[in-house]
Design a protein around this ligand. Structure first.
Ligand code: FCB
Length: 442
């Protein structure tokens, strides 16, 4: 079966439900010489950081091929395209707009508008200007204010070309992977750093929300968070407690401040030196209202109690994708339902979902049945959540095309379009055709 199908009366088959594809600047653009350096350039240049020793210098060469890429997006029949803006491409070191960088995005946004494709713009998808990192990066409160200044300038420049702005993509990854365990840029390691960086990221989000409310009141403004639901290995109370701690530490930490104006209670249990530096008024800034919540979902994790830590994560046992993430669509439904119960949420958009598969291109065909199955199961999981009353208004496949997958380099392919990195030829995979058929059959 190389089709994706939904129940005939599904709300996801209504024209109002938005389907899109997503990418991020550093992962596809290349042309690193035409912008300021960012933390990912520096990180890639270090030894043993990226699995294949690669970098983002060329990536999918989207900087030079954006026009044909938009044609490709259009050919899939999607309603929307989620892209991110490279901060170091559009803002100079002295904090002014860089016209060349701005024009690059203006051309893209105009072309999307011409083709009636809604632009979902993410303002920060991990490519922090290196000069800001040299001043402490997200460990320095000043970076939050620098972000708000950038957002102020760029949103004025973009005028009415944008449908939706997300401030940040997955602050968990920036804070935890980047500053606590160091597997992402800037590669800092220390338990005391993670929550400090997280606080400044959330503060940046809140400050930017006020800027968006002023400069761009007619766009859908919000944030994109990722969730890896935490399951206990069994129903022993100590394991349930461990999973709940992990959930607060990895997931709720980023959503609760936005909707409840506070951090999870486990804050009290963390050592003093791990606490964020919260200034008076910060939580009010962070909990600025949002028009939508973007949710990225890929997998779940399983935990048990640990003797010498708060919890222990167990290796995944079920079916895995090529990146080692368990396929567990039921967690998607449960996540959406539980967030909906816990928080007073605005409309939700699934801003990322997809699978890494070890694709092979044979005679111009990529038979990626496992990816089609993944999309099928996860779209159905979203549909169940909608049927149970969760307000979900759109879905974006990650990703439009294979690209630089961070610490995995070019080894993991998430695209519904195959990229031959030598020739830069793009080929729509079977999953891309299936996605297109689903969309066009509405
Ligand atoms: C998410 C990132 C995205 C991509 C996918 C696979 O965490 O937002 O850039 O790497 O994972």
């Amino acid at each position: 079966m190389n089709k994706i199908s939904l129940p005939i009366n599904s709300k996801m088959l209504k024209k109002e439900f938005i389907y899109g594809v997503a990418t991020a600047s550093f992962q596809i653009e290349g042309a690193s010489d035409k912008r300021l350096p960012c933390i990912w350039d520096t990180f890639c240049a270090k030894e043993n950081t990226v699995a294949d020793g690669s970098n983002g210098d060329i990536a999918c060469d989207h900087y030079n091929r954006w026009n044909e890429d938009i044609e490709l997006i259009d050919s899939l029949g999607v309603d929307a395209y989620r892209l991110s803006i490279s901060w170091p491409r559009v803002i100079t070191e002295s904090g002014e707009l860089n016209p060349t960088g701005v024009d690059f995005y203006l051309n893209i946004l105009k072309e999307l508008k011409k083709r009636n494709i809604k632009a979902f713009v993410t303002l920060y998808h991990w490519d922090l200007p290196q000069h800001l990192e040299d001043n402490g990066g997200w460990l320095n409160r000043e970076t939050s204010y620098k972000f708000a200044q950038y957002v102020d300038l760029i949103t004025v420049a973009f005028g009415d070309l944008v449908h939706s702005y997300a401030t940040l993509n997955e602050p968990f990854c920036s804070a935890f992977l980047g500053y606590e365990i160091g597997v992402h840029a800037p590669g800092k390691v220390g338990r005391e750093f993670g929550k400090k960086a997280a606080h400044h990221l959330l503060l940046a989000h809140g400050l930017a929300m006020s800027v968006l409310a002023k400069n761009s009141p007619n766009t859908l403004n919000g944030i994109v968070l990722n969730f890896t639901p935490a399951y206990a290995v069994d129903d022993k109370s100590e394991n349930i407690l461990a999973a709940s701690f992990a959930d607060d530490y990895y997931n709720q930490w980023y959503i609760k401040p936005i909707f409840d104006g506070k951090y999870p209670e486990i804050l009290q249990e963390l050592p003093d030196n791990c606490h964020p530096e919260i200034h008076p008024g910060d939580m009010e800034v962070i909990s600025h209202s949002v028009d939508f919540l973007g949710i990225n979902f890929y997998t779940r994790s399983v935990y048990k109690a640990s003797d010498d830590d708060y919890f222990e994560e167990l290796p995944a046992t079920g079916k895995l994708t090529d990146i080692g993430w368990e396929v567990y669509p039921q967690a998607f439904t449960e996540l959406l339902q539980s967030l909906n119960e816990r928080y007073d949420l605005p409309p939700i958009y699934i801003t990322e979902n997809g699978a890494a598969i070890n694709d092979k291109i044979v005679d111009n065909d990529v038979v990626d049945q496992d990816r089609i199955d993944y999309y099928q199961e996860h779209l159905l999981a979203v549909n169940v959540a909608i049927e149970s009353g969760v307000d979900i208004q759109g879905y974006f496949a990650w990703s439009l095309m294979d690209n630089f997958e961070w610490a995995e380099g070019y080894l993991k392919r998430f695209g519904i379009v195959y990229v031959d990195y030598e020739s830069q030829i793009r080929t729509i995979k079977n999953s891309g055709h299936a996605y297109k058929t689903l969309i066009s059959n509405r």
